[in-house]
Ligand binder design. Structure first.
Ligand SMILES: [Zn+2]
Ligand SMILES: [Zn+2]
Length: 421
């Protein structure tokens, strides 16, 4: 039996969970403050959903999806991202007719067959939000400020934004032609992927990381200079609202993000505090996506980021180890009557909300006391047959070493645990 992990997929172990909870809680708290509601969608969808949504020619759809045929010969894929599923659920619920304005968030695993490296896994965990039903620039600024607030809550400083607008579909068409003309002159010196992208979608060339392509990308025209008046005004409004909120940004005219559904505002949130300038999350508008899926013309936008990277940052930045959850009470036992008494007492106290544990391996008292220490138990109670018979015993406050003789009724013990801090 092979017990290896699948490459690029990891167990998140109990010792690490505290960091994950911290990051997840920041998402949940921020969503509450901004009034975004949680949605949970299936891990598996029809492959077509991602192919139509993200674009057949994107790397994600073309090379990175986990796609398989089910028992009825339908092509299904593990979700590589959340936006397509959220929009699918939105249409599936009929929200486009009944409640078109929706602010939603999600957290959960996504799957991409990428080259695994630090902070990048094949099963990775995303947090994201989607806001559908308004073109108003205030929604763009809110989505960005949501992201910013979440990172603030986690104590991640030095935040700055890479911001751009790629315009409406007409602007994109025009910009693609401009880029095609620009790259056509130098395409012979560029990588094989870029040669393919030139005719598929020259905007994707801007995402290329190959060193040989950088000089031509650096001199490429910017999308923000090719916007129609309406999109230019929208972009100006977004920027003025970010100024109003005091959120620092840098216009990066080559930021286009490699997925087909993006329109108008696109952004990435970075932190200067991190050694390398790491992207914390990215997102943008997708004003045509609902229509692509057969719905009416309803605009939307959102962002997504990876928990793996956040957890690495939180761990690297932490001076102290994350406080371990301690146990309210450990019940050590001697003899069969003592064990039965403790077993029932533990159940009562757990029902009252206390964390209580007992030894399940019937070991010597000394080993049980070692375990109580390892578990950081705040209180210890040793129950032997005598204690069980008399229903009296000594409860020990582990920090102070203080012992108190009490009646072994659940209510009495509960009082001591509550006072014991
Ligand atoms: Zn436009
Ligand atoms: Zn290239």
């Amino acid at each position: 039996m092979n017990t290896d992990r699948i490459r690029g997929m990891y167990d998140i172990l109990p010792d690490e969970i505290g960091w994950w909870r911290l990051a997840e809680q920041a998402m949940i708290d921020t969503a509450r403050r901004f009034n975004y509601r949680e949605i949970r969608f299936p891990i598996v969808e029809y492959t077509e959903l991602f192919a139509r949504g993200m674009g057949e020619a994107t790397d994600v759809v073309g090379k990175e999806m986990y796609t398989f045929t089910d028992r009825k010969e339908r092509s299904l894929s593990l979700r590589p991202e959340g936006t397509a599923s959220v929009v699918r659920a939105y249409l599936n619920q009929g929200w486009h007719t009944q409640a078109p304005f929706q602010k939603l968030f999600y957290i959960g695993p996504m799957f991409r067959y990428e080259k695994p490296q630090k902070g990048r896994c094949r099963q990775f965990h995303q947090f994201g939000i989607e806001a559908l039903g308004s073109l108003d620039p205030s929604l763009d600024a809110e989505v960005i400020s949501f992201a910013w607030s979440m990172m603030d809550q986690l104590g991640i400083g030095g935040l700055w934004l890479r911001l751009n607008s790629i315009g409406c579909s007409e602007d994109r068409e025009r910009f693609r032609a401009v880029l095609h003309a620009h790259f056509s002159r130098s395409i012979a010196h560029m990588c094989a992927d870029c040669n393919r992208r030139l005719d598929e979608n020259p905007m994707r060339i801007l995402d290329c990381k190959e060193p040989q392509c950088q000089p031509f990308i650096d001199t490429a025209p910017g999308s923000a200079d090719h916007l129609c008046p309406e999109c230019a005004l929208h972009f100006a409004h977004v920027r003025s609202l970010l100024d109003l909120l005091g959120l620092g940004y840098e216009i990066d005219s080559r930021l286009v993000r490699g997925i087909d559904y993006y329109t108008r505002t696109v952004f990435e949130l970075m932190s200067k505090d991190l050694g390398s300038q790491d992207t914390l999350l990215g997102g943008g508008r997708y004003d045509g996506l609902v229509e692509t899926f057969g719905g009416p013309s309803i605009p939307g936008l959102g962002f997504a980021g990876g928990f793996e990277r956040l957890v690495i940052i939180l761990q690297e930045r932490a001076n102290a180890k994350l406080t371990e959850t301690s146990l309210d009470l450990f019940l050590a036992t001697l003899g069969e009557a003592g064990r039965r008494y403790a077993f029932s007492l533990a159940q009562r106290l757990r029902r009252d909300g206390f964390s209580v544990d007992i030894d399940h391996r019937n070991r010597a008292l000394r080993k049980q006391l070692t375990l109580a220490n390892a578990l950081h138990a705040r209180h210890l109670l040793v129950i032997g047959d005598d204690e069980a018979r008399a229903a009296r015993g000594k409860i020990k406050q582990m920090d102070s070493g203080e012992e108190l003789e009490i009646s072994l009724e659940a209510d009495t013990i509960a009082d001591v645990l509550r006072k014991g801090g």
